[in-house]
Design a protein around this ligand. Structure first.
Ligand code: ADP
Ligand code: MG
Length: 342
């Protein structure tokens, strides 16, 4: 087993359910210790790929390697992976400690070692003071951390997490995202994280695979995906974008093809751009929406499309323009991203 070997290698992995292909010839290497996300809309095949890796499903075609060993034919318990699901059912009648120690008991680990290791796993999620409680005496976020401790206590090389924060409210989700990242770094476990929430994927991951219709449509760092979306789908799914179809691109950008331009890369001005690297288009402001961290401006360009501009909420801009006002939308040529169809 060498360090260069990927923790996981998927080769031509395919899963068909009748006419539906949930995994469509997926090729993917995930490095040891990586925090990796699978991001995509509901039904894009993320859970299916995760279940194939865990061994809960058998692929129609293709192979799964864990640290260089082909495990495609192996049973789930014979793979060095563990899974945390969204509905992390804890045993209500057991204490937190016994819940965490359960996986060790199943594996025949003796009582003393079991308790020691479970306490250590609880300490890693900062829940050791709650070891004697029942799950019902914990908050949602604490229960989620127990589920995490329960999954990590058996020291899997790979941890699969399927929308584990889906049941939590926004504030708690954001806290847990930071905690998950810390736990992952501390334990050095390879994380594969499934989510339909683009912000969550960008926050947590070293790399993200964007799923669409059962296949990976783009693979990259959060920055790659956001700054250089390869397709219309990714530009639209990861963050918000102004998309310019061929005729709009010709009219507004003076370029041939399909393009994306992020709202925060544009600004409003009273006159047309004059700097050589800047471009601008005239239009009419139709809406200013105050969103706290910024002001969202909706502008109908004379050349055709409606665009959204996100301006920072600073003193000079607040309530400067009014509906119906004539404005110039200004951007830098370098921020215009060419998209491959579709
Ligand atoms: P995601 O996790 O991205 O929401 P899934 O992997 O759960 O997507 O599902 C992908 C597609 O496969 C969906 O169209 C879903 O209906 C289908 N699918 C998943 N599991 C089964 C199954 N056991 N039987 C039939 N179809 C399934
Ligand atoms: Mg799913």
């Amino acid at each position: 087993m060498s360090d260069q070997q990927p923790a996981i290698r998927l080769t031509g992995l395919t899963k068909s359910f009748g006419a539906v292909t949930a995994g469509d010839r997926v090729d993917l290497d995930i490095a040891a210790g990586e925090c990796f996300s699978m991001l995509g809309p509901s039904g894009s095949g993320k859970t299916t790929v995760l279940r194939l890796i865990a061994g809960f499903e058998q692929p129609t075609a293709g192979t799964i390697e864990l640290f260089g060993v082909d495990v495609t034919e192996r049973a789930p318990f014979d793979r060095d992976v563990n899974t945390v699901f969204q509905d992390y059912a804890l045993f209500p009648h057991m204490t937190v400690l016994d819940n965490v120690a359960y996986g060790l008991r199943v594996r025949g680990v003796g009582r003393t070692e079991r308790r020691e290791r479970a306490m250590r796993a609880l300490a890693a999620v900062r829940l050791d003071p709650f070891a004697a409680r029942k799950p019902s005496q914990l908050s949602g976020g604490q229960r989620q951390r127990v589920a995490l401790a329960r999954a990590t206590v058996v020291e899997p090389k790979v941890l699969l997490l399927d929308e584990p924060l889906g049941a939590l409210d926004l504030k708690l989700r954001e806290q847990m995202q930071v905690e998950l990242k810390q736990i992952q770094r501390d334990l050095g476990i390879t994380f594969i994280f499934v989510t339909h929430d683009q912000e969550e994927a960008l926050t947590l991951s070293d790399r993200v695979a964007v799923f669409h219709d059962g296949g990976i449509v783009q693979l990259g760092t959060p920055r790659d995906l956001y700054e250089r979306p390869a397709s219309r789908f990714v530009a639209d799914f990861v963050g918000t974008s102004n998309l310019f179809e061929a005729d709009e691109a010709a009219a507004v950008l003076g370029r041939t093809g399909q393009f994306s331009l992020r709202p925060e890369k544009m600004t409003l001005a009273e006159r047309a751009a004059t700097a050589p690297t800047e471009r601008s288009a005239a239009g009419t402001l139709v809406e200013s929406i105050y969103i706290g961290t910024g002001i969202r401006r909706v502008v109908d360009l004379d050349a055709g499309p409606r665009v959204t501009v996100l301006e920072p909420n600073d003193r000079t801009r607040a309530d400067r323009e009014d509906r119906g006002e004539r404005v110039h939308v200004v951007w830098h040529d370098a921020d215009v991203v060419a998209l491959a169809a579709p």
